[in-house]
Design a protein around this ligand. Structure first.
Ligand code: ADP
Ligand code: MG
Length: 266
């Protein structure tokens, strides 16, 4: 069966397509492969968890998807556009507009207050600074961090820093959220809070690809991929493409409309 040719009407849109992606380090006898002939199709609204032993290529994969790194060979289509044909300058703009990153160590800039950290991805938005700060403040409010917005990163707990980092990842309304072991440095209580935030973001129709070592977190995923030596070992969808959040959201909207009509008739 082939799902890779275009999008059928009513089908969830394909936003990422990787074909035979290979990442090689070194040459000749010293060559090693972080990714080997890697194929992956990601539909809008998926919540993919990637697991696998250390060194199997998970971070390399996220960095390539996030346009932070390039493959040695193979093809990467982002919204059906081959990334290899996109200039470095436009890739930087796409990265800021379409992709939100969340890292294990939060990666907040230490000498900027939280609100300015969160506003950073809006640099490409065309908004002037005041507007960017307002947007950042609104995003922090969603994560119950508004009263901490002028704190410096070191003044926040790990869980709060990661929630600020999630606010930063979503502030520019990206299409894809990439999270590399986002709960790896958190205690279990903070991990749960962070996962609940990711669940909420996903239910709003976002696409998330997350690397984790914690098998108990896979309950949040719609698809679980196990990697081994730069390739996919197992790939299991727990939610059908047709039931992904975007479609669910559309269904809910239709449902609401119908009910409204019904109520109007009464
Ligand atoms: P994971 O995130 O699954 O732990 P990585 O993607 O970080 O794995 O790394 C995959 C493989 O690529 C590892 O064997 C790693 O040593 C190798 N690798 C990663 N970055 C580099 C680099 N800059 N130079 C050489 N090898 C690298
Ligand atoms: Mg890694």
């Amino acid at each position: 069966m082939c799902y890779n040719v275009g999008n059928m009407p009513g089908e969830n849109e394909t936003i990422i397509r990787l074909e035979g992606l290979t990442k090689r380090y070194g040459y000749g006898d010293a060559a090693s492969f972080a990714l080997k002939d890697f194929d992956l199709t990601v539909k809008r609204g998926e919540f993919i968890m990637i697991m696998g032993p250390s060194g199997c290529g998970k971070t390399t994969l996220l960095n390539i998807i996030g346009l932070l790194d390039t493959a040695t060979s193979g093809a990467y289509y982002l919204n059906d556009e081959p990334v290899s044909r996109i200039s470095a300058r436009r890739q930087a703009r796409l990265r800021a507009k379409k992709i939100g990153f969340i890292f294990q160590n939060f990666n907040l800039i230490p000498d900027l207050p939280i609100i300015e950290n969160v506003s950073l991805p809006l640099v490409y938005s065309g908004y002037h600074k005041t507007r960017r700060l307002i947007k950042a403040s609104e995003a922090l409010d969603r994560f119950n961090l508004k009263e901490k917005e002028y704190y410096m990163p070191f003044q926040l707990s790990g869980g709060q820093q990661q929630r600020a980092a999630i606010a930063r990842a979503i502030v520019a309304k990206p299409e894809i959220i990439l999270a590399d072991e986002p709960t790896g440095n958190l205690d279990s209580h903070s991990s749960t809070l962070v996962m609940e935030e990711l669940k909420r973001i996903h239910s709003e129709g976002n696409t998330i690809i997350m690397v984790t070592h914690n098998p108990s977190l896979t309950v949040y995923a719609t698809r679980v991929i196990n990697m081994l030596d730069g390739a996919i070992d197992t790939d299991v969808k727990t939610v059908k493409d047709s039931d992904l959040p975007v479609r669910v959201e559309e269904k809910t909207k239709k449902h609401k409309k119908k009910n409204k009509k019904k109520r109007g008739r009464r």
